[in-house]
Design a protein around this ligand. Structure first.
Ligand code: GAR
Length: 195
């Protein structure tokens, strides 16, 4: 059984989707949810699901990313995870941290990568006049929102969609895609999921 830790910054709806999927014959179990702020709404959701939850506040480190990540890494190691899932974790990670978890760390990003790395992906897709948008699960490598793609889910952009309506539709697909990709990944299967 693989042990999974999930890093969050906000409401943690993807974390909940992942946690709820890791049951029965699933090859993994959630062992820790860790946030970079005590205010992350997902922490209480994790506790409600019976998962250990904690935070390492990035603010006292005042931009010293490596020092923050050393503490984050130590806290993670207490839970001995095999796989690390970034689920709305909004801190950019250094190459040093990523290399410690390379091949064992996944991320979900709200665009059809390689399009729209970074922020404001929904507004950028609408502004570009795209007909479809979506989300991507990928292995994390040092370059931002890069790394081997494990799966994508597509969402048509309808006339009248706003960044908010599109974000809600994409988030619904994120909740299907991430669990599907994690299940395969935890079983050692890196074939791509397309939804
Ligand atoms: C999700 O849409 C996720 O794809 C996005 O943040 C949201 C978190 O929602 N992640 C990124 O933008 C990472 N660059 P959640 O906290 O409800 O899972």
């Amino acid at each position: 059984m693989k042990r999974v830790a999930v890093l969050i910054s906000g409401g943690g709806s993807n974390m909940v989707a992942l946690a709820e999927s890791m049951k029965g014959d699933h090859p993994a179990r959630p062992v820790l949810v860790l946030a970079n702020s005590a205010d992350a709404g997902g922490l209480d959701k994790a506790r409600g699901l019976g998962i250990e939850a904690d935070h390492v506040d990035h603010r006292p480190f005042k931009g010293d990313r490596a020092a923050f990540e050393d503490v984050l890494h130590d806290r993670l190691m207490q839970a001995r995870p095999d796989i690390l899932c970034l689920a709305g974790f909004m801190r950019v990670l250094t190459e040093g941290f990523v290399s410690r978890w390379q091949g064992r760390m996944l991320n979900i990003h709200p665009s059809l990568l390689p399009k729209y790395r970074g922020l404001h992906t929904h507004a950028r897709a609408i502004e570009a006049g795209d007909r479809e948008h979506g989300c991507t699960v990928h292995e994390v490598t040092p370059a931002l929102d890069d790394g081997p793609i494990l799966g994508q889910a597509r969402v048509p952009i309808q006339p009248g969609d706003t960044a908010e309506t599109l974000a809600a539709k994409v988030l619904e697909q994120e909740h299907r895609l991430y669990p599907a990709c994690l299940r395969r990944f935890a079983a050692g299967d890196r074939s791509r999921v397309d939804l």
